[in-house]
Design a protein around this ligand. Structure first.
Ligand SMILES: NC(=O)c1ccc[n+]([C@@H]2O[C@H](COP(=O)([O-])OP(=O)(O)OC[C@H]3O[C@@H](n4cnc5c(N)ncnc54)[C@H](OP(=O)(O)O)[C@@H]3O)[C@@H](O)[C@H]2O)c1
Length: 289
């Protein structure tokens, strides 16, 4: 496939691009330095020129707290920008894979969210990402909306790296234990996105690490696996107020049949990330810089 990855310089793009190349695809990388998806005409011209079979949109405003204060700016990227890219993809005869999030749900369920569950975002970021889902679905019939969650991986600021850095500095970290979700490693998500890109099915897909845990569980597992002696203590969301409300329950499942894409358990994802991270640390530690 000839793939256009937009948002290629972000955390997911960092792993998606080499994964797609290793799978034999012809990949064009673009990010804000070579495409601005809020510019409809410019985006249409670039996508027409690139002539991809599939566009994968990893570009987004991902500052969840910042979106509370600047919802209009976040909406331009996550809502209008996604729609612009989908229109451009359709005009170029390409399929589009749009990344979305568990934040489109209210986060107060008792059972895992499936694709057809009613949305109801509680944060500005969630509202803008839902607007993007709707804009893509309206603009391009040949679309996939891939909702993922609690993403971490190389090439971007993420929770696991933050915990490992804190664990190296402190004797104790306190981590919220009353938010539950599905941690997802970009190393597992990237091949799943390529599978969805290949088609032929369309619509919404939930694609997140299997199983569930709290942020506390994730931090404890990450620190224990890396041999840290830092203690991890559970705390509550109420003790860590943030500008944007966080969903308490973000567990995702799929109701799709044979075309569902299942990722490995979150513990396997974490082990894969930590092993890759240790390998790259070893390499760079012995290298010239
Ligand atoms: N991270 C998570 O936990 C998580 C969870 C669920 C879903 N998702 C979704 O997964 C996707 C990838 O997330 P990520 O963590 O890889 O995001 P990321 O690291 O923030 O990367 C997004 C990239 O898009 C670029 N971008 C921003 N505005 C743009 C514009 N107008 N035109 C072109 N590019 C633009 C950003 O550039 P700048 O950095 O210069 O702004 C950045 O390089 C997003 O759709 C996100 O909503 C993420």
């Amino acid at each position: 496939m000839r793939l256009l990855v937009v948002g290629a310089a972000g955390m997911l793009g960092h792993t998606l691009v080499p994964t797609a190349r290793a799978a034999g695809h012809d990949v064009i990388e673009r990010d804000i330095d070579s495409i601005d998806i809020t510019d409809a005409a410019g985006t249409a011209a670039i996508v027409a020129g690139d002539a991809p079979d599939v566009v994968i949109n990893c570009a987004a405003w991902t500052d969840v707290d910042g979106a509370e204060e600047h919802e209009d700016r976040a909406l331009r990227v996550n809502g209008d920008g996604a729609g612009n890219l989908a229109l451009a993809a359709r005009a170029a005869g390409a399929r589009i894979v749009q990344l979305s999030t568990d934040y489109v749900f209210p986060g107060d369920a008792q059972e895992p969210y499936v694709e057809s569950d009613p949305t109801g975002p509680r944060s500005a970021y969630g509202r803008t990402k839902l607007a993007g889902e709707r804009a893509v679905a309206a603009a391009a019939p040949d679309h996939v909306i891939a909702r993922t969650a609690w993403l971490y991986g190389a090439g971007g600021k993420n929770f696991v790296d933050t915990m490992l850095a804190l664990g190296a500095e402190r004797e104790e970290v306190r981590v919220v234990d009353d938010q539950v979700g599905c941690p997802t490693w970009t190393g597992h998500l990237a091949p799943a996105l390529l599978e969805l890109a290949a088609g032929p099915t369309t619509g919404v897909f939930h694609v997140a690490g299997a199983g569930r845990c709290s942020w506390f569980d994730l931090a404890r597992e990450a620190l224990a696996t890396t041999g840290s002696t830092c203690r991890v203590e559970p705390t509550t969301t109420a003790e860590f107020p943030r500008p944007a409300p966080r969903p308490a329950f973000s567990v995702m499942a799929t109701e799709r049949g044979a075309d569902a894409v299942h990722l490995p358990d979150w513990r396997e994802g974490l082990a894969g990330f930590l092993a890759a991270r240790a390998g790259s640390t070893t390499t760079t530690a012995g290298g010239p810089r």
